[in-house]
Ligand binder design. Structure first.
Ligand code: UFG
Length: 330
């Protein structure tokens, strides 16, 4: 039986497909290629170009393939865009997931692992954040992800489907081989933007605010290597295959780094001075997001391997140096 990876041509999806294939699993990838890249799809995966809102295409796939479980990454994921174009997020994330679940229920596919986010918590009450802490998203993206979790809960009660929601903190880094990495257009994430400076693509990095209530005034985040995230998806799927109940897990390293600290680590990894300039705050940024991933460690047996920030940035640097234009002209 095969594992269906929706959004398997995207950043975290493509890394998960690489880990699944390495583990000897049979993998089917579906992606609409609006933000994903065909070149990121592992050559051993069977690829379908489809949009999850197209129920006919999904039905055809479920009829053609023998799918044991679904890993669902297919969603829009930019916080800023979700505030300026919320209906895109309701359409792609919520409506898309509704169509997917409908097709899964009709075809008797009853296990799903999916991408949730630290943005479901909103401004945290305390750090490290526990899965049981209150969820009051401060942006539309986080709201659609929380609603996806709730949708799965109700569908589970009615139809017996089981789910695991993985709430990622800040995904970063690239495949250790250098074969695949992070490529967004436009790029909004801190580490790839920092690395554009030593790559000669920008002359400085902007720090979005240095007046937050943190030791150096810049925002603190919990950076987790994309391959460690990928491994957690496999563990979560196996947990469901073994009969595990619906569950929600945070995925982070449990250690926070400020924007200034991340820039410093990138300076030492690249040997470049990386000039930085403070610019105004970006709307909607919480001061501090740090995960407690104790539950994933205990219940799933998850053990992040690349948990040192300089290793995370080194793998990203290897990818961006070799692919300054992502999957474009290289
Ligand atoms: N930042 C800068 N300069 C930049 C880019 C980012 O100072 O040029 C700062 C941001 O203000 C933030 C930190 O660097 O404080 C990290 O920003 P990212 O955009 O890399 O990541 P976010 O923490 O904003 O977002 C990530 C995921 C989202 C997810 C969110 C959960 O990318 O999908 O975590 O809060 F929703």
């Amino acid at each position: 039986m095969a594992i269906l990876v929706l959004g398997g041509a995207g950043y975290i999806g493509s890394h998960t497909v690489y880990e699944l294939i390495d583990a000897g699993r049979d993998v089917v990838v579906a992606d609409n290629l609006l933000t994903g890249f065909k070149q990121a799809v592992h050559p051993k995966a069977r690829f379908y170009q489809l949009d999850i809102r197209d129920k006919g295409a999904l039905d055809t796939l479920f009829q053609a393939e023998h799918i044991e479980g679904v890993i669902h990454f297919a969603a829009s994921s930019q916080v800023g865009e979700s505030m300026s174009d919320p209906l895109k997020y309701y359409d792609n994330n919520l409506y898309g997931t509704m169509v997917l679940l409908k097709s899964m229920v009709e075809h008797g596919v009853d296990k799903i692992v999916f991408s949730s986010t630290a943005a479901t918590y909103g401004e945290p009450e305390r750090v490290p954040i526990l899965e049981s802490d209150k969820t009051v998203p401060t942006n539309c993206y986080g709201n659609t992800k929380l609603s996806m979790e709730q949708m799965m809960g109700w569908v589970s009660k009615a139809h017996g489907l089981r789910y695991v929601a993985l709430r990622y903190f800040n995904a970063a880094g690239a495949h250790i081989s250098g074969a695949i990495g992070e490529a967004h257009n436009p790029e909004t994430h801190l580490i790839p933007i920092i690395l554009q400076v030593p790559n000669g693509q920008r002359d400085h990095v902007g720090i979005y605010g240095d007046d937050y209530p943190t030791p150096d005034g810049t925002c603190i985040r919990d950076y987790i290597h994309v391959t460690d995230l990928a491994q957690a998806h496999i563990l979560a799927l196996d947990y469901l295959i073994k009969g595990g109940e619906n569950n929600v897990f945070n995925l982070g390293n449990g250690v926070g780094f400020s924007v200034k600290e991340v820039i410093d680590v990138a300076r030492s990894v690249t040997g470049h001075p990386i000039p930085a300039e403070v610019s105004p705050r970006r709307a909607g940024d919480p001061a501090q997001l740090i995960a407690s991933s104790a539950k994933a460690v205990e219940v799933l047996g998850w053990q992040p391997k690349y948990n040192d920030l300089s290793t995370i940035i080194s793998t990203a640097w290897k990818w961006h140096q070799a692919h300054p234009n992502g999957y474009g002209e290289g």
